[in-house]
Design a protein around this ligand. Structure first.
Ligand SMILES: [Cu+2]
Length: 195
């Protein structure tokens, strides 16, 4: 198991983002789909993590880590370019630890808003995904459901969001998904909780 596979993924996602930007610039007409800033999921979510990612908007700086990658209490997740894919397929956390998931939305397509929603072990992702669609923008695409362990706010392209929560006491594989607009079908990963 690898706790942090961020650095190679950053380089890869940045390269793909550049490619996608060149190829897809005319294929995707702008279609504003920003969530209302007020529609932040209630609970333990925090405000967007701008203080942790004081980077300049220059594209060359996009690959800089938002936090020290040696931190054991935080994990940084990004999308792969404008694809429906997280750059982190799996990460490890200790049972009961306090963990901050930072999601830096490096996508450039206007339609590629994302979030990171951690579910309980064995959660029915399809059921949750459908519930998220029903919850819609008013709920930031996060249903009020006991299967939701933690959820970041929705991040529009260029935004960074985060959530700090207590990792469950039960070791196991906890799926995480993006619940925005049906992305859960493709955007999935695993939080491995160890004792
Ligand atoms: Cu998404």
């Amino acid at each position: 198991m690898q706790t942090y596979r961020i650095r190679p993924a950053i380089v890869l996602s940045f390269a793909i983002a550049l490619l996608a930007g060149c190829i897809g610039s005319e294929a995707n007409p702008p279609e504003p789909q920003h969530a209302s800033p007020a529609a932040v999921h209630a609970g333990e979510t925090t405000a967007s993590g701008r203080a942790l990612s004081e980077r300049t908007p220059a594209p060359a700086e996009a690959a800089a880590p938002a936090v020290d990658p040696t931190r054991k209490d935080a994990v940084v997740i990004r999308p792969v370019g404008d694809q429906l894919e997280f750059d982190t397929a799996e990460f490890t956390a200790r049972a009961g630890q306090t963990l901050t998931i930072i999601f830096e939305n490096t996508a450039t397509s206007e339609a590629m808003s994302h979030n990171v929603v951690v579910l309980t072990t064995g959660a029915d992702i399809n059921r949750l995904g459908a519930a998220a669609m029903a919850a819609g923008e008013a709920m930031d695409y996060v249903p009020d459901d006991p299967a939701v362990v933690a959820a970041t706010p929705l991040a529009a392209p260029g935004e960074t969001v985060e959530v700090t929560f207590t990792v469950p006491d039960q070791p196991g594989a906890y799926p995480f998904v993006c619940t925005f607009a049906g992305h859960y079908v493709m955007m999935q990963g695993i939080m491995q909780v160890t004792s």
